[in-house]
Each structure stands twice: as structure tokens, then as C-alpha cells.
Design a protein around this ligand. Structure first.
Ligand code: HEM
Length: 388
């Protein structure tokens, strides 16, 4: 009797534990379901890797195919990251317009951590005061009509250098193709660098690509590639430390190179400003960087608050502007020209329009033929390509 009682004493709790273990996931599921709204439809995720295999090699095509099955809003689990994909204009508008403040922050990733000063930049700043301050600084000192007018001469001079380089190249190469991307990169990078830093950073004075410009272009290209690369550690955090694709170490390396470049420029600026302060002639640079350094020293920030920019804030913002501003602009111009070449009748129209306002040869000696008005057709082509 004693031994039966003691067996029951062990069996009953063991049975209860087994029951709990068996039913716990189901109870958890029921409780969670009661408290949470359900996710949008989507393909069933695999354990650990989730829906990563469903993305395939051409993600946009896979998503378009999924939209046909699951509708315009899809839920995916990429590794351990929850993702909702908007697959129609009206759903996209719900995210980007109606509820934009809930979705404005970019989720941090290894690029933000290793390249962009541990998320201290503008692009990865969460929607809030810090992001607003960066945006206001750019809006006031870079994109306002006043700032655009102030730096118009820089754009004119750099376009004139490009135009001359193109004309010279076509003479020298006697009909062989000109590598337009290189010349455009030099033009756009220098136009931006002169506005941001007060100095050209690449190419020779004639607008041709040189070793320095190749280095700078490579750095930007590498940052762009690394920022867009699929890094397993971003989706399966438990694997992050392994750096399976070597992405994190490449990011750390490019960060060091770009940081060294920016540190040198900032030190140089500080020296020039200190020297002009000593002389009392007040002839400080009027470029964007000088204005940023000003916010480091002034009591008030751009918002009238007390946010003092640090060197890291400044470097992170410059990194963003160089990466966001050069490749995008170069590719847009290249794309526009490629489309014009593909449509000879539109190209002829644009050329005719230019010829009607720029006398042949005059454009090369003038600051910038593109500043001559009116040019409605050409403008329309440029706007159309930006739209796409
Ligand atoms: C044709 C040229 C350009 C194109 C097509 C382009 C396109 C874009 C796009 C699509 C975004 C993302 C917007 C979003 O997430 O809502 C963006 C953001 C940004 N762009 Fe551009 N861009 C161009 C030129 C420039 C230039 C010249 C600069 C700076 C000098 C610049 C600086 C930025 C910055 C800082 C952001 C991030 C803004 C934020 O996170 O709030 N872009 N750009």
C-alpha cells in the first residue's frame, strides 16, 4: 500500500508536468492571439531562417508574384525580423503618407553600426528631435533657394569644366567612346564637395578623373554596395558575431578610410578658421562644413535650442550627404542621357532646344550653358527621369 501511494505521488506530478509542457505552446498561442491583431497573409516561414528562401535572387519579382497570391499587403519573417510589404500604391500611401510618422524611422542595421558612426547619422536617426535638427540644417544651408543661389556659381563652374573636358575628350579620342560615368562623377562629386567642404576632392583641374578621384569614387561605391548588401547577421542576430560573409569587417575598414578623410578635412578647416580668427580678418570659409563647425561653438542650435553638434555628428552627416548625393545624381544624369540616346527624336528635340539658346561654341566658354532659359523640353526630360 505504501509503495502504491508513493508511486502515485511521483506519477501524478509527472503527468501534470507532461500535460503542461504539451499544452503550453497551444495556451501561449491562444493567449497571444487574443491580445494581438493578426498579421497580414504571407507564405509560411521556415524555422530560424523564416521566409528568406522565398525571396529568391530577384526580390522584386518574388514579391510581385507573392502579391498575386496573398494580396497587396504581405507579412514576411526574414530570419527573426518581422517585415510587412506594401505591394500597391494605395497601401504604400497608407504607410508613407497617412501613418508616416509611425514608419519614418529606418531600422538600424550593421551598415548604420559600422559605417555610420553607430547610428549617429541623419539617415538612421529615429524620427524625432535629432532627425529634425539634421533635416533643418540641410534644408536651411543646402536646399533652400538662398543656399542654392549662393552656390550656383559652383555648379556653373563645375559644369563648365565638365563641358570642356567632354569637348576635349571627343577631339583627342577621335570618335572613340568617352567614359562618361567617370567625368560625371568628377563633376558631381566636386560640385558637392565644394559646397560641403569648400574644396574639390577629385579629378584634375581639367575635369578628368585621376587617381585621387578613382579612390574617392571607389570609397563611395564601396559604401553604397556595403550599405545595400544582404548581411545574414542583420536577420539572424545569433549569427552576427560570426560575420559569415565578411561584411562587417569590410564595413569597419571603409569606415576607417572615410573617417580619416573627413578628419583631415575638418582639422584643416579648424586651422584655417583659427588662423583667420587670430588675424581678426574674419574671412572664414562659407561652406557647409564651416556652418556645421559654427553650430559646435554657438550657444544656440539651428532650432534655437541647446543642441551642440559634436565632431561625430558632423562627420556622420557629411558621410550621408556624400553617399546620398553623388551616386544618385551621377546615375540620374547617366540614365537620362541613355534614355535620350535610345529615343533619337526626343534627343534631337532637346539638342534643338539647347542650340536655340546657346550659340555653338559659346557654351564652352560661358560658365554653364544649362543656366540659360528657357529650356522647357529639356527640363521636362530631367524631371521625368528623376520621377522614375
Ligand atoms: C537625383 C538625385 C537624387 C535622388 C534620385 C535621390 C533619392 C533619394 C531617395 C529615394 C531618398 C529616400 C527618401 C525616403 O526614404 O523617404 C533620399 C534620401 C536622402 N537624400 Fe537623396 N536623392 C538624390 C540626391 C541627393 C543629394 C544631392 C543629396 C545631398 C546633397 C541627398 C541627400 C539625401 C539624404 C540626406 C537623404 C536621407 C533623408 C532622411 O533620411 O530623412 N540626395 N534620396
Amino acid at each position: 500500500m505504501d509503495s502504491t501511494a508513493s508511486s502515485l505521488e511521483i506519477l501524478i506530478p509527472t503527468f501534470c508536468v507532461v500535460l503542461i509542457i504539451y499544452f503550453l505552446p497551444k495556451i501561449r498561442h491562444i493567449l497571444l492571439k487574443r491580445n494581438k491583431l493578426s498579421y497580414p497573409p504571407g507564405p509560411k516561414p521556415w524555422p530560424v531562417i523564416g521566409n528568406l528562401p522565398h525571396l529568391g535572387m530577384a526580390v522584386h519579382q518574388s514579391l510581385a508574384a507573392m502579391a498575386k497570391t496573398y494580396g497587396p499587403i504581405i507579412y514576411l519573417r526574414l530570419g527573426s525580423v518581422d517585415v510587412v510589404v506594401a505591394c500597391s500604391a494605395s497601401i504604400a500611401s497608407q504607410f508613407l503618407k497617412t501613418h508616416d510618422s509611425n514608419f519614418s524611422s529606418r531600422p538600424p542595421n550593421s551598415g548604420a553600426k559600422y559605417i555610420a558612426y553607430n547610428n549617429q547619422d541623419f539617415v538612421f536617426a529615429p524620427y524625432g528631435r535629432r532627425w529634425r535638427m539634421f533635416r533643418k540644417i540641410c534644408a536651411v544651408h543646402l536646399f533652400s533657394s538662398k543656399a542654392l543661389d549662393e552656390f550656383q556659381y559652383v555648379r556653373q563652374e563645375e559644369v563648365a569644366v565638365l563641358t570642356k573636358a567632354l569637348a576635349q575628350s571627343s577631339k583627342n579620342s577621335k570618335g572613340s567612346p568617352v567614359k562618361l560615368t567617370d567625368l560625371l562623377t568628377v563633376c558631381i562629386t566636386n560640385a558637392l564637395a565644394r559646397v560641403l567642404l569648400g574644396t574639390r576632392v577629385c579629378g584634375d583641374v581639367e575635369g578628368y578623373a585621376d587617381e585621387k578621384s578613382q579612390d574617392f569614387k571607389n570609397m563611395i561605391a564601396e559604401i553604397m554596395v556595403l550599405a545595400g548588401v544582404f548581411n545574414i547577421g542583420d536577420f539572424i542576430p545569433s549569427l552576427e558575431w560570426l560575420d559569415l560573409q565578411g561584411v562587417a569587417s569590410k564595413m569597419k575598414n571603409i569606415h576607417q578610410r572615410f573617417d580619416a578623410f573627413l578628419t583631415k578635412i575638418i582639422d584643416n578647416h579648424n586651422k584655417i578658421n583659427a588662423a583667420s580668427n587670430e588675424k581678426g580678418n574674419g574671412s572664414k570659409h562659407s561652406d557647409f562644413l564651416s556652418k556645421l563647425i559654427g553650430y559646435k561653438e554657438e550657444d544656440e542650435d539651428v532650432d534655437g535650442g541647446e543642441w551642440k553638434l559634436t565632431d561625430t555628428d558632423i562627420k556622420a552627416l557629411l558621410l550621408n550627404l556624400f553617399t546620398a548625393g553623388t551616386d544618385t545624381s551621377t546615375s540620374t544624369v547617366e540614365w537620362t542621357l541613355a534614355e535620350l540616346i535610345r529615343h533619337p527624336n526626343i534627343l534631337a528635340e532637346a539638342q534643338q532646344e539647347l542650340d536655340s539658346v546657346v550659340a555653338y561654341g559659346l557654351g564652352l566658354s560661358r560658365a554653364s550653358p544649362l543656366m540659360v532659359h528657357p529650356k522647357p523640353r529639356l527640363e521636362a526630360h530631367v524631371y521625368s527621369s528623376i520621377k522614375f
